[in-house]
Design a binder for this molecule. Structure first.
Ligand code: PEP
Ligand code: MN
Length: 358
């Protein structure tokens, strides 16, 4: 009986200590979060290994048992990790492109009525590059017949070699605009430099920042000052965090109409041009309210897996698909291996069977 009594008494004491520890942990978390705010404001990293080592040393010196120093270290490391996570979460929650609630989404409506980000699945298609009026006219007719509302009109091509086709320049934009107007489509085109913005305003409905320019913060800030949507492609080796911070440059500068394009990242794999990061698409959809488009052409670098990749893009919850389509890919001046011809594109559309494209 007295054993029972002392057991419940001791348990009561443990419960009390648990409550005190909970209170202390919460107090500690609040103080750490104040420190985190100072780090964020000063642009400093939240994790400070020297500070962590210093705290552990003091704790070990003060440890009188019964726990070993190793145990104390393991327990406190867990507390430090939880605090760091809290600090980082708070810093991320501050950025504008971060999703603040599950139903928050950016919806973009184009002048031709096309909508991206409303839960529908949009197609962005067209040749890799504008090559001639005839080529764009043929593409425009074939794409419009399948309900495509957003066409690629690429006139500046950032090629690996300076000896490869660099694009038609402004005459290419003129061709793209003419054809798009004829078929009621919107035009998107890659901008290389902030000095081109004024000229591009005459031709494009959506600005396009290519993978190689994802971290051109000067260009991103300049695009933040205009009132027109922007497609932002993920850099060749950019992490998702870097990708979202690039989008943040545009949004924080005043332009909320940003859409993300996953285009594959560099890995050791050679059988595809890049590795399509489908897990990354799911994470972007979870972490950000911006629409996410999957580029199945530059990620794969080959046309024979377009259908399964398109299925995956739709299944993962992307807001649309980017696929290159050319009247005659065999003679294309860039990316010949990955562009679909019209029958292949039609087969892809049949497979996707999108009511919004009917
Ligand atoms: C493109 O989509 O036109 C392109 C050049 O792709 P990326 O910037 O992803 O290489
Ligand atoms: Mn291309």
């Amino acid at each position: 009986m007295s054993d029972q009594h002392s057991l419940s008494d001791l348990r009561g004491q443990v419960d009390q200590i648990n409550m005190q520890m909970l209170d202390l942990l919460s107090q500690r978390a609040r103080i750490v979060s104040e420190i985190g705010k100072i780090h964020t404001a000063n642009g400093n990293a939240h994790y400070d290994p020297a500070r962590e080592a210093e705290m552990l040393t003091v704790l070990q010196q003060s440890n009188k048992g019964p726990f070993s120093n190793a145990t104390i270290q393991a327990i406190f490391r867990e507390i430090f990790r939880a605090s760091l996570e809290l600090e980082e979460q708070q810093a991320r929650a501050k950025i504008k492109v971060q999703r603040k609630s599950p139903d928050e989404r950016t919806i973009i409506t184009l002048p031709n009525g096309a909508v991206i980000g409303d839960g529908s699945f949009q197609l962005i298609t067209g040749p890799c590059a504008v090559e001639s009026h005839e080529q764009m006219e043929a593409a425009g007719a074939a794409l419009a017949a399948r309900g495509v509302k957003i066409m690629r009109g690429m006139a500046y091509k950032p090629r690996t070699s300076p000896y490869e086709f660099q694009g038609l320049g402004e005459p290419g934009l003129q061709i793209a605009r003419q054809v798009a107007d004829k078929y009621g489509m919107a035009i998107t085109s890659e901008i290389m430099d902030a000095s081109q913005i004024t000229m591009f305003m005459d031709y494009v409905d959506i600005f396009w920042v290519g993978a190689r320019n994802m971290q051109n913060s000067f260009l991103l800030k300049a695009l933040g000052k205009i009132d027109r949507p922007v497609f932002l492609k993920r850099g060749l080796s950019a992490t998702l965090e870097e990708f979202l911070y690039s989008a943040e440059y545009i949004v924080a500068s005043g332009n909320p109409q940003v859409m993300l394009i996953e285009r594959g990242i560099r890995t050791f794999e050679k059988w595809t041009r890049n590795t399509l990061d489908i897990g990354g698409v799911a994470v972007l959809k979870l972490e950000s309210h911006l629409p996410v488009i999957v580029d199945i052409s530059h990620s794969a670098g080959r046309r024979d897996i377009a259908v399964p990749l398109a299925r995956v893009a739709k299944a993962v919850g992307a807001d649309g698909l980017m696929v290159e389509v050319h009247p005659n890919p065999a003679v294309a001046m860039s990316d010949a291996k990955q562009q679909l011809d019209f029958p292949q594109f039609n087969a892809l559309m049949d497979e996707l069977n999108l009511p919004e494209m009917a």
